[in-house]
Design a protein around this ligand. Structure first.
Ligand code: SF4
Length: 226
């Protein structure tokens, strides 16, 4: 594990609720299993090597020497979703691309996280309501952190990553709802959206069917009255 330092700062790991004499603070850490687990997970998150549009350039800059993701133990961007913990959706999500994005997210092992980088990934951005763009990746996969901006700067992405670390650090092994992958096993796969004249989320098929039936019924009523 990389910490970006030549030693581990034990004060990061020490549980502040447990008193420790001043002289021992750099040498001894008394902590909980949850804190140790969260600390390790937050400092070894491997992002997926994956970019969609202009925002990806800022993500690449964040990983380069000036901003240096390796200080968080995140410098290893994995080319395989099987080995990645974090999907940074960096760019415009077109209807054509949302299908492979959901497939890739399904292939990532749990615990897995998703960060929507930029206005496009968060809500459609300047292309919102465009014929070929979805209005946010959160319509299809669960998003943990949103980073606003068009494009967000590397500093903004770093702040988003720190926010994700805080979220990870808030989970507790005592509460199975915050670590569900240890409780009920792997979650169900997200159904792949169907690409047609428009994108269809299979989870909304029933809602769409009812809307079409209601539309047809109102059209028939109007024709009967005419
Ligand atoms: S949010 Fe702006 S910079 Fe990012 S992909 Fe969309 S248009 Fe490009």
């Amino acid at each position: 594990m990389t910490t970006g330092k030549d030693h581990i700062d034990l004060r990061e790991l020490h549980n502040s609720e447990i008193p420790l004499p001043d002289g021992l603070q750099n040498n001894v850490a008394l902590t909980t299993l949850s804190q140790l687990y969260n600390w390790g997970r937050a400092r070894s998150t491997w992002p997926l090597l994956f970019g969609l549009a202009c925002c990806a350039i800022e993500m690449i800059a964040t990983a380069a020497a000036r901003y240096d993701l390796s200080r968080f133990g995140m410098e290893v961007m994995r080319a395989s979703p099987r080995q990645a913990d974090l999907l940074i959706v960096s760019g415009t999500v077109t209807k054509k691309m949302v299908v492979p994005i959901v497939r890739i997210f399904n292939q990532m092992p749990e615990p897995r996280y998703a960060l929507a980088m930029g206005a496009c990934a968060s809500g459609g951005g300047p292309f919102k309501e465009g014929y070929n763009v979805v209005s946010g990746i959160d319509k299809f996969i669960p998003v943990d952190v949103y980073v606003p901006g068009c494009p967000p700067t590397p500093q903004a992405l770093l702040y988003g990553l720190i926010t994700l670390h805080r979220k990870m650090e808030s989970s507790s092994l005592n509460n199975i709802n915050s670590v569900p992958w240890y409780g009920r096993g792997p979650s169900d796969e997200i159904p792949l959206p169907i690409l047609g004249p428009d994108i269809i989320d299979p989870r909304q098929t029933e809602i769409l069917r009812k809307e079409i039936e209601s539309f047809n019924a109102s059209m028939q009523e109007m024709q009967a009255e005419a």
